[in-house]
Design a protein around this ligand. Sequence first.
Ligand code: MOS
Length: 759
Amino acid sequence: MLSYLFEPDDTTPAKPQAAPYAPSAVIGASLSRIDGPLKTTGRATYAVDYNFPRMVYGVAAGSTVGNGTIRSIDTSAAEKMPGVLLILDHDDIGDLLHPSAPNGRSGIGEGRIVLSNNNVGYWGQFVALAVAESFEQAQAAAAAVHVEYDAQKPNVATALDDADVTPNVPSKRGDTDTAFPSAPVQVDETYSTPTEMHNPMEMHSSIAVWDGKSFTLYESSQNVDGYYNSLSAALGVPRENVRVISRFIGSGFGSKLSPWPNSVLAATAARKLNRPVKLSVSRKQMFTSTGHRPRTQQRMRIGAAPDGKLVSLQQDYRNHSSIGDNFRENCGEATPFLYSVPNLQVTSAIVKRNVGSPCPMRGPGAVPGLFAVESAMDELAIKLKMDPVEFRVHNDTLTDESNGKPFSSRHYKECLQTGAEKFGWSRRNPAVGSMRKGDLILGWGVAGASWGAGRRGSEVTVVLKDDGTVQASCASQDIGTGTYTVVAQIVSDRTGIPVGKIDVVLGDSSLPPGPGSGGSTCTASIVPGAADGADAAVKALIAIATQTNSSPFHEQDPATLTVSKGRIHVMSKPAESGIPFQEVLKLAKVDSATGKGKAGGLGSDSDARNYSMHSFGAQFAEVEWDPGIAKLRVSRVVSVIDGGRIINKKTATNQIVGAVVMGVGMALMEQTIYDPRNGHPVNDNFADYLVPTHADAPSIDVHFLDIPDPMIGQYGARGIGEIGLAGIAPAITAAVYHATGIRVRNLPVRIEDLLASEV
Ligand code: MOS
């Protein structure tokens, strides 16, 4: 039935560049993180790990109503408590923020400036800040602030059926209104995904140090330059007077792309008190005031001809947003180009709820969007009596039909076929409940994955030193994904200097600018900057070698010289004929040779703009269903990723494994439940908000196609931070259907959903 032959991609356009760059063996190696020892020995400094003389502590107090206005705030008791230095409320902040601080969307994750008025839009919204000599004193004072509210009932309804919303149309071709009703085989179903919290291990934390003119802000940020820009604007301080430091980060998943009110409050209090202020939100506050993935509701109408060719695909989605923000969860991120279909429409609408501000969360839009699209594809395959892998391959395309552009590098079909082989898909019996392992019923499901590819500008400075070491530096941060190691690998590739001799300094806005760890763009962005910096440092070294009297290369033509294996030598001769780079520096009596690297983003790349650039993947999941005790477990996942060239197999595999585990949480566990009486997220802790533990993690097999993308840059490396989560939840719910006969369209899958199973 299924053919696993790889057909040649003869519609793939020829590369517009010359012979592809062939990197050395350090690229693609499975290297451990160079920052690993610092982390495992506790020497890595996270935001709250810094301490300063005269430092004091801030604790924010949150609203206890979900909707309304503050009638009065009584801070007198709190102000008299021991150690208390400052209580801020909505009467105070306006004067403390610089007059030029923008109103409305400020680059702060929550558009409303914290404490800027007496309105309350969600439970837990910060209404006051207490600052004291000790953390405990600040906590006690925050609890002693007495607030009276004029409260109204909050709207936290989960059904997003509000009539008064106006959809817009992000993508349209053909005419779905006539094509869908006449399609011979149809699926018309509505899917929903719940509010999910990022909950990185490290909570959102700030230490603000003010010297009367300049701020130094120690932040937990996955976007150091973004925090630098947003906070200098919000605080009304010239950019040259702000420095953001984020050396090590306990992840972010999108919640740390923008600063939140805690950062603004810490800086405001530091300026007012002239003392360093440390402010970390609590785990409970992570459920209200630092972003979330909004709830989505998506109606899918999808139709095919009896031969399995798609004729119409319509996705009408809604997501909730907070009262103060219009955050769009772009559920149609991948819909317009994933399959060949002549009639397509995506509509989008925002529905207001009394919840904190939503923000991007790992694979924003695409991840919940593909839950709906790929679930509907599975349901349609079943109606067509087609194998779901074959059905997807049958509708593959090498042209982005939303804009007519060819893909720079698309191997979705190969992901599906490779995954099918590795998973053993040909042994699947499609009949529901037909596959057994002892007393357990097995379910096998598949779904496709996609996520955009991007490249931003970056600048990396590389310094070759006379002690035989190298330093590479950039403002970009490493949120745990391996950026330190990737930069070292690139410098090593360009120079032949071993990774162990390369020191990488990241996470400081005073360093050359670099990308955020967001949108899966950091690797693709920082790699060209690092390569350019290393090449520039080599050029500087060669110049020194040719200008130094005592150098064996004195007065030689620089164009004939190169550096490899860490040695400078004549290009036509082996590296061993030359001398180590540090010897040249010593002969010249200089301590270093510096290269300032700079690379542009895709926006400035006119060739790349002619291509549609995305990563692809295929997810295969096995569940074990024990009907005797209604127990469901994800037992096995095979994830095949087309993410361009893989720079570091180990850190890349970590990314996908982590994403798969997160996908198990999305499918079976995660949801934020708001109390309809007051808008309180009732499960605002790790006892009640369930995430997978090791015992819940399946056996995970990760495979990378490792095909360089000719348009993303010389190394062909796209980012892989988000693609691994896309497709996991629909693969699991497809497997659940295969095991139980129950189609779960509203995540997460609950045991209650499955009790009706007749299998
Ligand atoms: Mo990602 S949502 O850009 O961390």
